[in-house]
Design a protein around this ligand. Structure first.
Ligand SMILES: C[S@@+](CC[C@H](N)C(=O)[O-])C[C@H]1O[C@@H](n2cnc3c(N)ncnc32)[C@H](O)[C@@H]1O
Length: 266
């Protein structure tokens, strides 16, 4: 796999009824439209349906489509299972405290949604225009969800497309970083979500060093912002980002949140 840019992503319609919408979206994102994504010479297809959209990895025996849906059962399961508390604790969520969070690596927006659901106002920034577009559509859908808590969380979320390293974070906002992990030992176990993210960014094993370099740059950018706290998600056993020792860490079964305390939370 080589580095991916827009030319490795195509837009396709899921059916005849979605064709016009697919053309519109392709125009908006500056991407080519193909008739049949199954035979497209690309790495990823953005498959547009009348009211939904999905990312589909291409190639031999690709996994199923990846969608962003904040009201899906997996998000509900995660919510009820109490797994969200670790992230909330790392960020500093406390009853009666309205935190702002700048999620500098929004991805599929799952952690951002968890934080918004815990009461934070979250600005998601995502460098992939396709992901940023999907996040925007997911927020639109969440805003009219049948579930009250999903609607409320969506009201606290915003998304921007672009490189976080070019942004200025507003005073007092906590910065959350979940960069691509440096190493995946068991490729067979890489989940389809991650496979799509990696394809979108051309991050295969040969790019690990490059990834780690840009992750470190992101961290250095975060340290320059007027933030009271930076939280970095890492694999449980991975070294700290840029080898900078955190103030403390909040660990779960598979991931760890390294917390850098730089001031008092508002
Ligand atoms: C592992 S994913 C984040 C997953 C996310 N926490 C979630 O819950 O879905 C990392 C994402 O960060 C994005 N990213 C990496 N560096 C970035 C930067 N400098 N600015 C904006 N987005 C960035 C990548 O495009 C990728 O989508």
């Amino acid at each position: 796999m080589t580095a991916v840019d827009g030319s490795s992503i195509v837009v396709a319609s899921a059916n005849g009824a979605a064709h016009r919408r697919a053309k519109q979206v392709a125009g908006e994102l500056g991407l080519p439209v193909v008739k049949d994504w199954r035979t497209a010479p690309a790495l990823v297809a953005l498959v547009i349906d009348v009211e939904s959209a999905a990312l589909q990895l291409l190639g031999d025996k690709p996994p199923g489509p990846v969608t962003i849906d904040f009201a899906n059962p997996a998000m509900e399961y995660r919510r009820k299972g109490g797994q969200n508390e670790l992230l909330g604790r790392a960020v500093g969520v406390r009853q009666g405290r309205a935190l702002s969070v700048f999620d500098a690596t929004a991805g599929l927006g799952r952690d951002a949604f968890v934080l918004a659901d815990l009461g934070c106002r979250v600005l998601m920034k995502e460098r992939s225009p396709v992901l940023a577009w999907l996040l925007g559509r997911a927020l639109d859908a969440a805003g009219i969800s049948a579930s009250e808590h999903v609607r409320q969380a969506a009201k606290r979320m915003q998304v921007e497309s672009g490189d976080s390293r070019l942004s200025s974070v507003s005073d007092g906002a906590v910065i959350y970083l979940d960069p691509m992990f440096p190493e995946r030992r068991n490729n067979a176990a890489v989940k389809k979500d991650l496979a799509v993210l990696q394809a979108l960014h051309g991050s295969d094993n040969t790019c690990n060093e490059l990834n780690e370099h840009s992750n470190e740059q992101l961290f250095l950018w975060a340290l320059e912002q007027p933030t009271p706290r930076i939280v970095v998600k890492r694999p449980l056993k991975a070294p700290a980002l840029a080898r900078k020792k955190p103030s403390h860490a909040v660990s779960g079964k598979a991931v760890r949140f390294d917390v850098y305390v730089l001031g008092d939370l508002p």
